[in-house]
Design a protein around this ligand. Structure first.
Ligand code: PEP
Ligand code: MG
Length: 572
């Protein structure tokens, strides 16, 4: 709660100014100088953020330096100045527009959000064309930051100063840098408000409710009072979360379970461990492709895996080989647009058709395995033959490393994601081929129910508790356990306390999820006895619809065991 601090958006001028042809060299020099000033500015920022809130948050500036030095970007700008005779400002605006179109075509929210890094760098160069010194940002401490959007560097700078009470943005998604940073600094944030900047002025007073995504302008005293009460409850909840993170992971009757974290960036490790993760259950390695404009080398891969293995040790790290293709199209891979990407050349299919890239990744994973806490996961497996191909390639890569005298964990186990109904149906056969399964419920639900996981028009049909889904999951867990193999769930379903109880009842012991959900799942599972969940789950399996099942679970688990649920609602 507090006063508004409105930041002005940074935009490129739409005016296209030209230069006479004999000024081209001069203009190029002006651009070069602005690029140099930008480089200095980014380096200074990086050092500053590193000193204030740590290396992990300064990492994005590495990416910004790479963008600044991207030869493709340079060539585009120089070409516009030389051939079209436009001023540098117009060249930057044009380049920005073409990048914007490229990013707009990406459907994956996380990757799409990375457009802000390109904008950030281009805006800096743009500003540096005019001024020799960039202005220090005015002080937003003690206030609520309201902006159209926050560029990554602006977010880092303002939030690292400390004291920002809350954030409300017109743009942005949950995976924007601003949102990620705000989350790890515990700053209440609401994004995607469309027109907050049009509705508030610097004289307004706001309530920003990050738990329900609500922003209230100039509330009357009664509403303020209500929200003060809510804030008190929330603070108590946070204190409890911190406590829970340290508790032992076992049910009321002493059965051990393992909460793990799904992460996309090595920078998230500290955050994950602080929430009580006992390992990284899913590292989505495709992020590595995003940090650079060219293809990552073996060393680039290795640096990330090595860091993961070291920092998570002695806990395990499950590195999933890249899941690109489909909706995650990356510019440097020049993946053809497919008519039906979710059913296309995705994940393991992509890797098996791009063997050289695959080999590089496998070598790097193996090299990082010397501490024996690295595991591999292959995504989107649909048939036994794929496992055969993967194993053959894996043997070759191991033999190469051995011949070169490079150390690695020779006994490194192999596992697969079960995220396609076909794989679930032959789980008994697959279980004989691999060391463990990780059930990816996000895709398993999407493919089983024929509901695009990111399409809001059909989201009402996306039901983790649909009887078909529960039957499939149960059969996969049964198949793994019958073969004495480990099995985990790493889809979002594991993050929902009620669903997690059902999974526990099916015999699941490893739950991997977005780290922020670990404490509440842990609390739920700690508050229940195995005989209770087994009984409830057995009954639930006789019901006909997702709604009937949910109502039954609420009645038998939530209502009867309110102490198991941290009461700020379940993840949606
Ligand atoms: C899943 O499909 O459940 C999963 C964990 O993988 P992703 O969300 O990366 O597709
Ligand atoms: Mg998946």
């Amino acid at each position: 709660m507090g006063e508004v601090f409105l930041t002005a958006p940074v935009i490129f001028s739409q005016r296209k100014e030209y230069i006479p042809p004999h000024r081209v060299e001069e203009e190029l020099e002006r651009l070069r100088q602005a690029v140099e000033r930008t480089r200095e500015e980014i380096r200074k920022l990086k050092a500053e953020i590193e000193a204030r809130i740590g290396e992990e948050h300064a990492f994005i500036f590495e990416a910004h330096l790479l963008i600044l030095d991207d030869p493709g970007l340079r060539a585009t700008l120089e070409k516009a100045i030389r051939e079209e005779n436009v001023r540098s400002e117009a060249a930057l605006a044009e380049a920005h527009e073409s990048y914007r179109r490229v990013f707009e075509a990406i459907t994956d929210e996380y990757f799409k959000q990375r457009q802000s890094d390109v904008t950030d760098v281009l805006i800096k160069v743009y500003k540096n064309l005019a001024a020799s010194e960039t202005d220090a940002p005015s002080d937003s401490r003690g206030k609520i930051l309201v902006a159209h959007d926050l560029l990554p560097s602006e977010a880092a700078l303002r939030l690292s100063q400390g004291g920002v009470l809350a954030i409300a943005l017109d743009m942005g998604g949950q995976t924007s840098h601003a949102a990620i940073l705000a989350r790890s600094l515990d700053i209440p944030t609401v994004v995607g408000l469309h027109n907050a900047t049009g509705k508030v002025t610097g004289r307004d007073w706001l309530i920003v409710d990050g738990t329900d995504g609500e922003v209230i302008i100039n509330p009357p005293p009664a509403v303020r009072k209500e929200f003060l009460g809510k804030k008190e409850k929330y603070d108590a909840y946070r204190r409890e979360l911190r406590k829970v993170a340290k508790w032992r992971s076992q049910t009321l009757d002493g059965v051990r379970f393992t909460p793990m974290a799904n992460i996309e960036l090595p920078e998230e490790i500290g955050h994950a461990l602080s929430y009580g993760a006992e390992g990284i259950g899913l590292f989505r390695s495709e992020f590595i492709y995003l940090q650079r404009s060219t293809l990552p080398t073996e060393e680039d891969h290795f640096a990330v895996y090595h860091r993961l293995a070291e920092e998570v040790y002695p806990h395990p790290v499950y590195i999933r080989t890249i899941d690109v293709g489909g909706e995650k199209t990356l510019p440097q891979l020049r993946i053809e647009q497919e008519p039906n990407p979710a059913l296309g050349l995705r994940a393991i299919r992509f890797s098996l058709q791009n063997r050289e890239l695959f080999r590089i990744q496998l070598r790097a994973i193996l090299r990082a395995s010397v501490k024996r806490n690295v595991r591999i996961l292959f995504p989107m497996i649909t048939e036994v033959e794929e496992i055969g191909e993967v194993k053959a390639l894996f043997r070759e890569v191991k033999a190469d490393l051995e011949a070169q005298g490079v150390p690695f964990d020779a006994a490194i186990p192999l596992g697969i994601m079960i995220e396609v109904p076909a794989a679930a149906a032959i789980a008994d056969i697959l279980a004989r081929e691999v060391d463990y399964f990780s059930i990816g419920t996000n895709d398993l639900i999407q493919y089983s129910l024929a509901v695009d996981r990111s399409n809001e028009y059909v989201s009402y049909l996306y039901k983790p508790l649909h009887p078909s889904i529960l039957r499939l999951i149960k059969s996969v867990i049964d198949a793994a356990l019958a073969e004495g193999k480990e099995v985990a769930v790493c889809g979002e379903m594991a993050a929902d306390p009620l669903s997690a109880m059902v999974l526990l009842g099916f015999g699941l012991r490893t739950f991997s999820m977005n780290p922020i959900f670990i404490p509440r799942v842990k609390k739920a599972l700690r508050s229940i006895e195995m005989k209770t969940v087994r009984r409830v789950v057995r009954q639930a399996m006789n019901l006909r619809t997702a709604q009937e099942i949910e109502e039954y679970l609420i009645e038998k688990l939530l209502v009867k065991h309110p102490e198991a649920f941290l009461m700020l609602g379940r993840p949606s």
